[in-house]
Design a protein around this ligand. Structure first.
Ligand SMILES: NC(=O)c1ccc[n+]([C@@H]2O[C@H](COP(=O)([O-])OP(=O)(O)OC[C@H]3O[C@@H](n4cnc5c(N)ncnc54)[C@H](O)[C@@H]3O)[C@@H](O)[C@H]2O)c1
Length: 434
């Protein structure tokens, strides 16, 4: 394809890899962000987020002089909007960044340009929010200015691989818009690119994440049921999933991240009367930090210990530095509100509440160690030493991640989320009876 000038708005987890990918495939890219710190870092070929190999790609892109950062957009052939779409406290889509980004490009769009919204958005956003703003340019949309939505489906930790390899949906406000957008992405996408209309593309993205959120809610509900029943949810799931048409997801302390914990609300907001299962699933997943805190209360009971809780991992998923919507951050605040002293350690993330500088500092004199996130690095912990540092010698695994026997050999009493079989208090009582 002919070399294009591409303006990418938003240089976060999605925009920066996309900008660098276009630049390393021969396009002339200007990466725009309202945060000058991010722009300065880019112009120094540095990155401010953690994502495998992204630093190398950005260095190559900047070195080739095909990628520069700026705090202001400028004229280009293609504009790609990859700004945040968070939710407000009352669970409504906060579209202010999309509106601001769209307004910022109105003075620069010209006849023949393409505008793509990549941000995950409530179905109807391109039609009802983006298009009315772009019409202010005086251009006829779909004839002089081609507009559409191409949602991003990459997995943090594997963004670069998935950006290239994943199938992609492109929804245009008309067929020619969709085709023009497809041609742009074909530059680096090896997966198939499927064309549709813009609102269908928006619905596909939010429904993909909703599908996963609802399934996780089912697993979380099952975990609660298994605890009540006195059986082990992990064994139930393992055996159920031997059925050829069953795939129960993994339970855990909740669902986080900027996608799964957010996108289902976009549907609930638009279809409040119809989206009953979706809303209940969100509420079930949001209830998990409270469920975990109740379990901690139950295990510690009347203890005289100092009630310090050590938490391992605060990010919303394993091996990333992203804490957005993390259920462990919620758990920390629920425990704090109940009067616990909480110290959390994460080898990937920094700048969160109750942050301990080291594993030792977090664990020292703690009553219980709670594994919040299944970071690979935690497998390398010296558990004998960890157990020695703690006071209560209880290990609560919220992910069924650790080798239970290894923990027990190290001296811990172990509790796994969703396992009603093991009650730490009972185990302690048995010990005392011996
Ligand atoms: N992170 C993911 O894994 C992921 C996956 C799929 C889809 N998405 C979606 O992609 C979109 C972007 O997510 P992200 O994770 O990259 O967000 P992010 O917060 O990492 O980055 C967004 C960037 O946009 C910048 N920004 C805000 N307003 C701006 C404006 N008016 N002009 C230019 N820059 C602006 C911010 O300063 C920030 O650096 C969201 O809608 C998200 O739901 C994210």
């Amino acid at each position: 394809m002919q070399r294009k000038k591409i303006c990418v708005l938003g240089l976060g987890y999605i925009g920066l890899p996309t900008a660098a990918m276009f630049a390393t495939h021969g396009h002339n890219v200007i990466g725009v962000d309202v945060r000058s710190k991010v722009v300065d870092a880019l112009n120094n070929a540095k990155i401010t987020i953690e994502e495998p190999y992204l630093d190398i790609l950005v260095q190559a892109a900047v070195k080739s002089e095909n990628l520069i950062g700026s705090t202001e957009p400028e004229e280009a052939d293609v504009f790609i909007i990859a700004v945040p779409t968070p939710i407000t406290n009352d669970k409504r889509a906060d579209m202010r960044y999309v509106v601001e980004a769209a307004e910022s490009i109105v003075p620069y769009v010209r006849k023949g340009n393409i505008v793509v919204l990549e941000s995950t958005s409530p179905p109807g956003t391109v039609r009802d929010v983006l298009c009315p703003i772009l019409e202010r340019s005086g251009l006829v949309l779909g004839e002089e200015l081609y507009v559409g939505h191409s949602p991003e489906r990459v997995l943090p930790g594997k963004i670069l691989m998935e950006l290239v390899g994943n199938n992609r949906i492109v929804g245009g406000i008309n067929r020619i818009s969709a085709e023009k957008i497809k041609d742009i992405y074909k530059t680096f996408v090896n997966g198939e690119i499927f064309l549709t209309d813009e609102t269908t593309a928006e619905m596909c993205k939010v429904m993909e994440n909703t599908f996963r959120d609802v399934n996780i809610a089912l697993a979380n509900e099952l975990a609660k049921i298994c605890e009540e029943t006195g059986i082990d949810v992990w064994e139930v799931i393992r055996l159920c999933n031997k059925h050829p048409r069953v795939n129960i997801h993994q339970p855990g302390p909740g669902v986080g991240g900027h996608c799964l914990a957010v996108d289902p609300w976009f549907i609930v907001e638009k279809n409040p009367k119809t989206a009953g299962i979706i809303k209940m699933a969100r509420q079930t997943n949001d209830s998990m930090p409270h469920f975990v805190a109740d379990a901690i209360d139950g295990m510690l009971g009347e203890s005289d210990y100092s009630r310090k809780i050590c938490i391992l991992g605060v990010t919303y998923k394993a091996d990333v530095d992203d804490t957005r919507e993390s259920p462990i951050i919620d758990l920390i605040s629920v425990l704090g509100n109940r009067g616990y002293e909480v110290a959390a350690y994460d080898p990937h993330a920094t700048k969160f509440s109750c942050e301990a500088r080291s594993l030792e500092e977090a664990a020292s004199e703690s009553e219980m160690v709670v594994l919040g996130v299944n970071h690979e690095a935690f497998k390398k912990i010296n558990f004998t030493e960890l157990c020695r540092l703690t006071k209560g010698k209880v290990f609560f695994d919220l992910r069924n991640f650790m080798d239970r026997e290894e923990l027990e050999r190290a001296g811990f009493k172990v509790k796994v989320l969703g396992s009603g079989k093991v009650d730490v208090k009972e185990a302690e009582a048995e010990d005392m009876a011996e």
